[in-house]
Design a binder for this molecule. Structure first.
Ligand code: FAD
Length: 620
């Protein structure tokens, strides 16, 4: 066993992760914990000021209801989310986030985030729900507030500590274990309640980018399925594990399209110029009622573009030049005003990328693309697991404490495991919370977690952790014991290095579970074969080897990804219909089946076996 020092830390509430939901949790928990004489600890594998999906910044806050300004109601938002998820959403959770989200946005502004306002001081909307921001430093601002709240309360934040998994005391969570990626330290965090807020998962599927570009994906590479692994291994019921997200984005650098569609009113077309949303409109009636209501669900919009690609009409394009010209048209009689407007639109186009996807600007420059005079390629990305965005995978959590809901068994946002809470990408069936909603949900969940601690104020037993420590460091021991047997450390019959392991996982998922190279299509037979190959990969996970702490992190990231992969494949297999074409298409059950499958599919992993159950969708 690697001879690393064991550090034991005891707390009341442990927040795993340092992203949007964890930062929301920290702000709220610090307040309530201090007031009640409790302690809180936050642990991030990176550093909260630049960790998680918002690390690079964003150009819009995607959920802002504006109910105090009579712009929208929470009910409007519930209807929008349920519709976008083809009928499968938890209204109670979506409502709970919607009613709290505006206050998170107001806090962001108070903390220093520049939100665009018009001449009347009103937030500039990108679409109905989004507000535009100068967001390069969005995460820094949100994290600073969390760090300040924690430090003012005297609570600690552990950075560069990778959480591997949960520690259990029977059916109750007792803490978490992990290791430092900088110092030789094994950490045991003992807690009365835990929040698993470690984001979603990327690189489960083979990305379009290969070789040196491997890390380039729409979803930043930092999140590797740790929320899923943590909750699954704790024995929590999971939901919507089949609902992956595939965004259509500017090709290869994954630049955002929201501003183009919503703000610039751009069209997306095939190479031949047909606008697939118009040309293929009839197809939408096959997915009624969801296909016939505006806004059309994101997966169906994807699907119409994919039909063009399947028909050989690709590449697909965003008509940026046309959109800019259309917007400047109103100024065409005044040459000077026209020129000024064109310049303004051009700079907004570039800023959209510079705010959150700098590499897209570099790619535009490298490809000689000038948005005001040439169109730009778009494509469907590889699949991701991001339940806070337009996917829905996550843990099945108890509904809000103060409203009537059939989904209630404990404290709000608590999983089916005592003391284990989650939010953001960690909680399922409540999509479209985005950055702001994840923050708001984190705040709510943390307040409930503190209540749980106050009412269950005993320190659970963590038992003997020698076996856990040994398993945690096994990859390093395996490498050390066998590295001398071959001249090239990459090739060794006694172990597999994490990069090669990840390639294998991605190949299985890509080819059998409906990745890019299989045009997002799969079937019962493909999924069953995929499971056979995953079983062999699982066996080989025991032979993962790590040369140093960074590789150890890569090993465990892959184990987490593999867990997400298996939950996904098994759930797609269980659901015998196609409900989200454009995200995945089951070629053997190509139609939506409202009579039998308008339900949540939930799964639990216990004693090495997966159990599946259908749960009713009950609209509020
Ligand atoms: P994250 O914010 O991703 O945080 C996850 C945290 O967990 C990170 O701190 C990470 O370091 C940590 N972590 C992961 N694994 C471990 C581990 N094993 N141990 C310890 N720590 C760990 N929202 C908007 O409002 N507007 C937008 O324009 C927008 N655009 C987006 C564009 C992209 C490309 C993406 C990916 C997301 C976008 N979103 C947007 C959505 C928003 O980023 C997410 O909804 C939000 O970040 C989810 O919050 P979270 O806390 O669940 O995860």
């Amino acid at each position: 066993m690697a001879n690393w020092e064991t550090v034991e830390v005891t707390t009341d509430l442990l927040i795993c992760g340092g992203g949007m939901s964890a930062c929301g949790a920290a702000v709220e928990a610090a307040y309530w914990a201090k007031k009640n004489g409790l302690n809180v600890i936050m642990v991030d594998k990176a550093t909260p000021t630049r960790s998680g999906a918002v690390a690079m910044g964003l150009s819009a806050i995607n959920e802002y209801i504006g109910y105090s300004k009579d712009e929208n109601t929470c009910e409007d938002y519930i209807n929008y989310v349920r519709q976008d998820l083809m009928g499968i959403a938890r209204d109670d959770l979506v409502f709970n986030i919607a009613r709290h989200v505006d206050s998170s946005v107001h806090l962001f502004e108070k903390w220093g985030l520049p939100i665009w306002t018009d001449e009347n001081g009103k937030y500039v909307r990108e679409g109905r729900w989004q507000v535009m921001i100068n967001g390069e430093s969005y995460k820094v601002i949100v994290a600073e507030a969390a760090i300040n709240a924690m430090s003012e309360a005297g609570f600690e934040i552990y950075e560069r500590v990778f959480i591997v998994g949960p520690i259990m005391d029977g059916d109750r969570v007792a803490g978490a274990y992990g290791f430092s990626t900088r110092d030789e330290k094994f950490y045991v965090f003992k807690a009365k309640a835990v929040m698993a807020t470690m984001g979603g998962a990327v690189h489960v599927f083979r990305p379009r980018s290969v070789g040196e570009g491997l890390g380039r994906s729409w979803y930043p590479p930092f999140n590797s399925g740790s929320s899923t692994y943590f909750t699954v291994m704790a024995g929590a019921e999971m939901t919507c594990q089949e609902v992956r997200f595939i965004p259509v984005r500017f090709k290869d650098a994954y630049g955002p399209v929201g501003a183009w569609f919503l703000l610039f009113k751009s069209r997306a077309t095939s190479a031949e110029g047909g606008e697939y949303m118009a040309v293929r409109k009839e197809e939408l009636s096959n997915w009624a009622p969801y296909g016939l209501v505006k806004p059309i669900p994101a997966n169906l919009r994807n699907y119409l573009g994919m039909l063009d690609t399947d028909a050989g009409l690709g590449p697909l394009y965003m008509e940026t030049a046309e959109a800019i010209q259309n917007l400047a048209e109103a100024y065409k009689d005044d040459k000077k005003a026209f020129k000024k407007k064109m310049k303004e639109l051009e700079s907004e186009a570039w800023e959209d990328f510079l705010d959150m996807t700098v590499s897209q600007s570099i790619l535009w420059a490298a490809h000689n693309i000038q948005p005001e005079s040439s169109r730009s390629e778009i494509a469907a990305c590889e699949p991701y697991f991001i339940g806070s965005h337009s996917g829905a995978s996550g843990a099945w959590v108890s509904g809000p404490d103060d409203i009537e809901t059939p989904y209630k068994w404990g404290y709000g946002n608590m999983t089916t495991v005592q003391g284990l809470f989650t939010a953001g990408d960690g909680s399922g069936a409540s999509s479209h919370k985005f950055s702001s909603g994840s923050h708001a949900e984190g705040r709510y969940a943390a307040k409930q977690a503190i209540k749980f601690v106050l009412e269950n104020n005993t320190q659970p037993n963590v038992g003997d952790l020698d076996a856990i420590k040994e398993a945690c460091f096994k990859p390093m021991d395996l490498f050390d014991a066998n590295k001398g047997y071959t001249t090239d450390p990459d090739i060794n019959p006694s172990y597999i290095r994490p990069m090669q392991f990840m390639y294998r996982l991605q190949k299985i998922m890509d080819e059998y579970a409906g990745g890019v190279s299989s045009a997002f299509k799969t079937s019962k037979s493909l999924l069953e074969r995929g499971l056979e190959l995953l079983a062999m990969l699982k066996e080989d996970a025991d032979k993962l080897a790590a040369e140093n702490s960074y590789e150890l992190e890569r090993c465990w990231e892959n184990v987490h990804r593999m867990c997400q992969a298996e939950a996904h494949v098994r759930t797609m297999l269980f659901r015998e219909e196609t409900r989200w074409p454009g995200y995945y298409f089951r070629a053997d059950t190509p139609k939506m089946d409202e009579d039998n499958w308008k339900c949540f599919v939930n799964c639990t992993y216990k004693d090495g076996e997966w159990e599946f159950v259908k749960r009713d969708v009950v609209p509020l």
